[in-house]
Design a protein around this ligand. Sequence first.
Ligand SMILES: [Cu+2]
Length: 489
Amino acid sequence: MWTSTTRRGFLHGIVATGLSATSGTCLAGGGVGTPVRIRREIYGLAADGPEIAALKRGIAAMQARPAEDPTSWLFQADIHGTDDPLPSGSGPWSDTWNTCQHGSFFFLSWHRMYLYFFERILRAASGDSTLTLPYWDYDAPERRALPEAFRRPADATNPLFVAARRPSIRAGQPLPTSATGAARALATVNFASATGSGESFGGQALSTPSHFDGPPGRLESQPHNVIHVALGGNDGWMSDPNLAARDPIFWLHHANIDRLWKRWLAQGGGRRNPTSGPWATTVFSFVDETGAIVRLTGADVVDSAGQLGYRYDDEPGAVVAAGGAESESMVPPAPSRVLAATPAAEARLRLGGRDTTLVLTPRVEGGPESALAPGRPAVLSFDDIAYRRPVGVYYEVYLNRPTSAPADPEGPYYAGNLAFFALGHKGPEGVSGARLTLDARVVLADQMRLGLWRGGEVKVDLHPVGVETTEAESVVPTVTIGQIRLLGN
Ligand SMILES: [Cu+2]
C-alpha cells in the first residue's frame, strides 16, 4: 500500500534532481548547521530499544511495498543484483537495476552511494527522523555471532530474521577467526591498482563501470567476500550477489566495509582517495526516498560527514579527506612475470571439502626467491576459476606448510583466504573465467628470513573452512581452478 502522497508520485514518473557530476555537492540537506548523523555499532544497541524498533518498522514498511515501487525492499535489493526481470512499470528506474560494482575500484564508492540512499528511504519509511543504519564490527571476538535481533524471534514476525542463512550462523555460532580481519587491506597504502591487478586497498582501475569484474581489491576480498560466504553458506542469500541485499544483515555488513574505508584513510601515511579520472567522475544512478532518480559520482561521496551528513561512532576525531592527486606513478603495474606455477596443461584443479595441496615449480632462473625484494610484488594468482552455484566454503591458503604443522591463520605459513563471491556474471554454466589474487611476498620473505623455506618450489595448501555436513554427507559445491601462478615484475 502507498503510505504517503509523495511516494504516490512515483507512479506518474520521476523527478530528476540533477545531483550530477559536480564535486562538492552537499546532499545532506540544509547546508550549514545540518547535524551529522551517527551510524552506531549494532552490539551497542539494545535488542528491545528504540533504534532496533525503528529499524524493524522501516524494513517492514519497505517490505510491504510492491516490487515495482523503487523504494520497496525488493527493488532496493535488486538494484544490487538480481536474476529477475525489471518489474513492469519500473522502466524509468532501469538505470539503477542490477548495477552493483564488484571487482574494481568502483566497489567502495558505488556501495557508499547505495547505502546512503537506502538509509534515507529506510529512515522515511520508519517515521523516525533520527534513524541511521547500524554497522556490525564482527572483528571483535565478543561480536562474532550474528547479532541477536537478527536471530530472535526466528519467525516472520521479525523483519530482521531470514531463514536463508548458514545453519551455524542462524544458531548463533561465531564467525571463524580467519574470516573477520581487515589488517592486510588496511596496511595497503595505494587505493587503486593497475587494470588486471587486485593488489590495492580499493581495487583495480577501470575506465568504465563493470557489474562483475576482477580480480577484486584487498578490502573487497577480505573481509568483504569472506563474510558474505561465511554468513550465507551454501544456500543462504548472502552468498549470492543476486540475493544478498534481501537479507537485512547485508546493510550492516556493508556499513562496516564503508567504515573500514574511512578507517583506512584516517591512517594517513600516503593513503588517498582518487581525486580525478573515471573513479571521480563516473556517474551512477540511485533512487531517493521520494522515488526520484538521483545521480552521483565518486567525487560526491569522498567526505561522508561533509557531503552525505553521516559518520561512524568510533571515528578518531576529524578525518582528513583526500588531499592531492594520486599520481600515476603511485599505481603499481600489474605483475605479469611468472616466477613459479602449476603445470598449465594439467587437468583443472578441483577443490572440495578436504585440504588440497599443489606445488608451484620455479619458472625463473634463480628461483622465485630471487625476485623477493621489498617494493616488488610477488602475487599468487588463481586463474580461470569456475563454479556453478554459490560456494558456502572459503579456503585458507598456506604456503610451504609442513604436513606436521597445523592450519593456523596466526602462523607463519598463512597467506590469506580465497572466497568465491561476486566474481563474475552467472551464465547457464555458472561463473567461469574468474580470477583471485593474494599477496605472497611478505609471507615468503619472512619464511626465508626464519629459515622455514629455502626457495625453489612453493607448496600451496588450500584448507576449506565452513564445510556443512548433513547426516549423509559433506556438502561442498564444486569450484575448479585452471592454474595457480606466482607473479612478479
Ligand atoms: Cu557485499
